[in-house]
Design a binder for this molecule. Structure first.
Ligand code: UGA
Length: 433
């Protein structure tokens, strides 16, 4: 099928590459000319495992092209995916001007029947608004349908999640559009949820809100574990075996970050508010998430007595592993607080240091984890990159000024740490001295 994708951020790029891989003829566009030039010469705007190879192969085999010509991209596709950014406004409402601009462009250039799909996370009723913008501005009298097809991919596994989704949600009131979407997604053999546009839009916000709540739930339990001497990992395991609860997303830590959960949960609260509903549960989820970062800083302060002039080695800066994304990373609040207290920060992250340089002032970036640990009064873990699990801890211990590790992601075994002679503090698990 002929497919157009407008906006090549995480969602747009993964969608374009995967749909091309499935054999479709895909053109993807972005207003950022540099990004488009980069993509055409093999430079990826984001770090995402498997993406570069997938894009290169599909360009080579003539199934994927990038352009900044809106007319070209809009005329090309039978199905047009809108994947532009939906950033938060100051008050956390969703900024929809980029979606509206694209709808206007589609209205201007469309010259045959199109299925217009919004894939970015948007407030309920956006589909109706997109339809209205197009209807009010359409230049030629051609038919079109609007579909909500939310994306559930995670950064760091964007390609896998797009190729093997848990489900595909298609929201539309047009059978013609639904049939075309079903045909497009048929090769994925994923469960299909066919519904109306508003329900599809809400499935996305509800899913992210639920996952964020699950994280704040287990982080609250971790606080009780710290006070009672119980072990949050065993509790998560014990809960997770119950199929109704499930094992995923019960890792206690320093709270969620990234471009989705913080933004989407706040936006969902605003959406509820616009209908007159006070979404207390989600407000608490966000508050607990903020508190969790403060709680971690307090653990560090308590362990070091005084932060002034203390050297703190930091392992991990990105909001989670396998991405260089620093947006709403818990590391931002935590490092800023430590610096406010007078601590000197030496940090290492396998992928995010370039992006981190735009975020932090005066931190020393290290070549590897050992350099971050050298002469440190404490080593703190902020992102659970797998390479941190494989470190030579005896070497680390010898290099540090004090053998103190404060682990915000629970990546080490407390008993092993004790045997190695570390003072090891983690989240919701007994401290071993
Ligand atoms: C999230 C959702 O998982 C995707 O389904 C969704 O499509 C995406 O948002 C989006 O709306 O676009 P993502 O933000 O890439 O994906 O990251 P997640 O893997 O969900 O992690 C989010 C945050 O939760 C991270 O900071 C992570 O460290 C934290 N987390 C996750 C925990 O603290 N504990 C857990 O058990 C799991």
């Amino acid at each position: 099928m002929k497919i157009s994708v407008i906006g090549v951020g995480y969602v747009g790029l993964a969608t374009a590459a995967v749909l091309a891989e499935l054999g479709n003829d895909v053109i993807a566009a972005d207003i950022d000319k540099k990004k488009i030039e980069g993509l055409n010469s093999g430079i990826m705007p984001i770090f995402e495992p498997g993406l570069r190879e997938l894009v290169a192969r599909n360009i080579r085999e003539n199934r994927l092209r990038f352009t900044h010509d809106n007319r070209e991209v809009i005329r090309h596709g039978e199905i047009i995916f809108i994947c532009v950014g939906t950033p938060p406004k100051e008050n956390w409402e969703t900024e929809l001007k980029y979606v509206k601009n694209v709808a206007m462009e589609i209205a201007h250039h469309m010259d045959s029947y199109k299925v217009i799909v919004h894939k970015s996370t948007v407030p309920v009723e956006t589909g109706d608004n997109v339809r209205k913008v197009i209807r009010d501005n359409i230049k030629k009298s051609v038919d079109f349908d609007v579909v909500s097809n939310p994306e559930f991919l995670r950064e760091g596994s964007a390609i896998k999640d797009t190729l093997e989704p848990d489900r595909v949600v298609i929201g539309s009131d047009s059978q013609r559009a639904i049939d075309m979407m079903k045909k497009l997604y048929d090769p994925l053999k994923a469960p299909l949820i066919i519904t109306d546009i508003r329900s599809a839009e809400l499935i996305k916000h509800a899913s992210n809100a639920f996952l964020a709540t699950k994280i704040s739930f287990i982080n609250s339990v971790a606080r009780i574990c710290d006070m009672s001497g119980a072990d949050v990992e065993k509790i998560a395991e014990g809960m997770g075996h119950d199929k109704r609860i499930g094992k995923e997303f019960l890792n206690a830590g320093i709270g969620y970050g990234g471009s989705c959960f913080p933004k989407d949960s706040q936006a969902f609260i605003k959406i509820a508010e616009s209908y007159g509903y006070d979404y207390k549960l989600l407000k608490a989820t966000n508050e607990i998430n903020e508190e969790q970062k403060e709680y971690f800083v307090k653990k560090i302060k308590d362990a070091l007595n005084n932060l002034n002039d203390k050297r703190i080695g930091v392992l991990g800066l990105s909001f989670k592993p396998n991405t260089d994304d620093m947006r709403f990373a818990p590391s931002i609040y935590i490092i800023n607080e430590l610096q406010k207290g007078g601590a000197k920060i030496k940090a290492y992250d396998p992928e995010a240091m370039e992006k981190a340089k735009q975020v932090f002032n005066s931190i020393e970036y290290c070549r590897d984890p050992y350099e971050a640990a050298k002469d440190a009064d404490a080593l703190i873990i902020l992102t659970e990159w797998s390479e941190f699990r494989e470190l030579d801890m005896e070497k680390i211990k010898k290099m540090m000024n004090h053998s103190l590790i404060i682990d915000g992601r629970n990546i080490y075994n407390p008993e092993n740490m004790k045997k190695l002679g570390f003072h090891y503090i983690s989240i919701g698990r007994k401290e071993v001295v």
